[in-house]
Design a protein around this ligand. Structure first.
Ligand code: AMP
Ligand code: FE
Ligand code: FE
Ligand code: ZN
Length: 278
């Protein structure tokens, strides 16, 4: 089994990188892509362990970008056998800037929530978020303090782009992020296209012109007919295909590594060979 989309405690997952490697072994995932938000640190931590465990670990990342004024996720994969993830110098410097913008956003988000009358501190949120504190960690604190009863309510009432607590964060444009991934020798894949607010078929030519070279046709949120549509679009536009569960551990307990939501995911094994062939 293969799964090219997963998160660890290095971003907003609840499994440590080592626990995720163990979960891959337990569930029969043989090729695992770690795609934490804006960081390689989970991947970096667990490379030797994965090698020992005989797991084929793929270096990935999930970036939040701005497209047509709203937020779109983009996956980057660095799996050319000649490309060493350690060698991604400029790219790693660039994601350092993204991490700084996230920290700046977190400070302003705390101020905004306090202005709305909530008793919440940066320390509390960072205690849950570790190195890469994000809005899901804010949501956890709001739940723990009884302000909301669920992750969804935390986003609906406070944290979503359309909610009253939202503060903007500098995010790279989709085009800029694609360019950085491609210049680093990576594969840029449109993450969970079902969440795009516009008609994907309509905007895809524009995204391809920016250098997008893959699409995540297989994802836990996709129905079989949606997957079929994205596969067809990939063929039409000459895009590579990626896929994965988007495993986050206990914060999204219905999603399982490798098999998705209630077994709805089956990522073809030969997909990685095609990605590696470029
Ligand atoms: P951040 O990276 O801190 O801006 O947080 C983004 C993360 O929050 C995403 O990767 C999602 O996991 C989660 N998220 C964003 N919007 C929502 C929403 N409306 N409902 C639930 N989770 C969301
Ligand atoms: Fe996430
Ligand atoms: Fe995502
Ligand atoms: Zn994800």
């Amino acid at each position: 089994m293969i799964d090219l989309h997963s998160h660890t405690t290095a971003s907003d997952g609840t499994f440590s990188p080592a626990q995720l490697v163990e979960e891959a072994g337990r569930t029969g995932v043989r090729i695992l892509g770690i795609t934490d938000h804006d960081t390689f640190s989970g991947f970096d931590q667990v490379r030797p362990l994965a090698r020992q465990a005989g797991l084929d670990l793929v270096c990935g990342i999930e970036l939040s970008t701005k497209l047509h004024g709203y937020s779109v996720h983009l996956l980057g994969y660095f799996l050319d056998p000649f490309l060493k993830p350690d060698g991604l110098g400029d790219f790693r410097t660039w994601i350092g800037d993204l991490q700084a913008s996230r920290r700046d956003r977190n400070v302003r988000l705390i101020a905004r929530l306090r202005e709305l009358g909530l008793d919440i501190t940066l320390e509390e949120v960072q205690a849950r978020g570790g190195g890469m504190t994000g809005r899901p960690h804010f949501a956890q604190v709001l739940i723990a303090k009884g302000y909301v009863s669920s992750l969804q309510q935390a986003f609906d009432d406070y944290l979503d782009e359309s909610a009253k607590g939202y503060v903007n964060r500098h995010e790279p444009t989709f085009a800029e992020a694609v360019k950085h991934i491609r210049e680093a020798g990576g594969i840029a894949s449109l993450a969970h296209p079902i969440r795009i607010r516009e008609d994907v078929a309509t905007i895809l030519p524009e995204l391809c012109a920016m250098g997008l070279n893959a699409i995540e046709a297989y994802h836990s949120d996709h129905s079989p007919s949606q997957t079929a549509l994205y596969l067809e679009l990939a063929a039409q536009h000459g895009l590579l295909v990626t896929g994965g569960s988007d495993f986050h551990g206990a914060v999204k307990p219905e999603i399982h590594l490798g098999t998705g939501r209630g077994g709805n995911l089956r990522v073809p094994e030969d997909l990685v060979d095609r990605l590696r062939a470029g």
